[in-house]
Design a protein around this ligand. Structure first.
Ligand code: GLU
Length: 331
């Protein structure tokens, strides 16, 4: 349903907009059978492969939602851009960037290769697991709950409630994630971890297991679209320079080894997660295009059927179609 203020920037009826997006979701939903839900974290295998939903929330108060819109799912790697933001706010940008770079790897999110092949062995970016674990280790606090408190405060400001950790998902990853332990030991040996490895991994598994909805992801995207300011009050939630860097990282690294294609064919900052979520950022537009959210919007997508890069297959196709129809690309 399309709600909110009547000043949607298009002179199109609300119903026409809704039908427009409903048709796209039902079209791409048929293609979910080509993807596979993640199963390396056992609990994720229970997801409905054919689910596909989208929530678009504009600064003007307009919203469009379609498909699977009520499901809760774990945020997974989308949490990495949030812990990066928290680390920058807690420790300062230069402190963080001394420890994690801002370069795409072109490799899978849990690749160890670059840690082995490069000198120094500084993690390439905070959105792959080696960078994310380094970030989790530097969050302030001695326990995982203390380290994540600032993240929960930030999330509550953005989405309007304090989300919960899905304990089943946390335990499922905690009990099976050998790859992240291997990455953690590498980082420990190279001196990049600032906390005990056990606490770091616990923090990371908990942040990845936070339950969210597509509305929550759209609201996160909207704050980033609004340069870190609350879209209603214009109060600063995230400092401008941190928001700018977060969006740049999403554009270059947010979709892992599909980030180049996503930048080329969709052209907006986005971050994916293996439970099938995508959080995307559409900045304010300067062109008088047929686009209903000229003041910018955030987009949340859920589609657990993944492609080979671990991104939501139908979710990417849906975003690419919307980007082409509404000329969303930054370029
Ligand atoms: N917790 C997952 C892992 O570390 C996150 C991966 C993702 O969402 O890309 O493998």
């Amino acid at each position: 349903m399309v709600q909110g203020s009547a000043n949607l920037n298009m002179e199109l009826t609300e119903k026409w907009l809704q039908d427009y997006v409903d048709n796209w979701v039902s079209f791409f939903k048929k293609q979910t059978v080509e993807g596979e839900v993640a199963s390396y974290i056992p609990v994720l295998a229970a997801a409905d492969r054919e689910a596909l939903g989208i929530s678009i929330i504009g600064k003007n108060g307009g919203t469009i939602k379609s498909g699977t819109i009520e499901s809760k799912f774990t945020i997974q790697s989308i949490s990495k851009i949030l812990t990066f933001i928290v680390a920058c706010m807690e420790r300062g940008l230069s402190y963080v960037l001394n420890r994690v770079d801002v370069e795409p790897t072109g490799e899978a999110f849990n690749s160890i290769m670059h840690l082995e092949m490069t000198q120094p062995k500084k993690p390439f970016n905070p959105l792959v697991n080696s960078g994310a674990l380094t970030i989790s280790s530097m969050l302030e606090g001695n326990t995982s709950d203390q380290k994540l408190e600032t993240l929960f405060i930030l999330l509550e400001k953005i989405i309007g409630y304090r989300p919960e950790i899905n304990v089943e998902a946390y335990e499922s990853e905690r009990d099976t994630s050998m790859r992240n332990r291997a990455i953690g030991y590498y980082l420990l040996e190279e001196g990049y971890l600032e906390s005990d490895l056990g606490i770091t991994l616990e923090t990371y598994f908990k942040q990845c297991s936070i339950d969210v909805t597509i509305d929550d992801l759209a609201r996160i995207g909207l704050v980033l679209s609004n340069d870190g300011l609350d879209p209603d009050t214009e109060e600063e939630i995230i400092p401008r320079k941190v928001t700018r860097l977060a969006k740049a990282l999403m554009l270059t690294c947010g979709m892992y080894d599909a980030s180049g294609k996503f930048a080329a064919y969709v052209g907006i900052p986005a971050k994916s997660g293996v439970s099938g979520g995508i959080m995307a950022v559409v900045p304010p537009r300067v062109r008088e295009e047929e686009f209903p959210f000229l003041e910018g919007c955030g987009i949340g997508v859920y589609g657990p059927a993944l492609d080979n890069q671990g991104n939501s297959m139908a979710g990417i196709k849906l975003l690419r179609h919307i980007a082409n129809q509404w000329d969303l690309s930054l370029f």
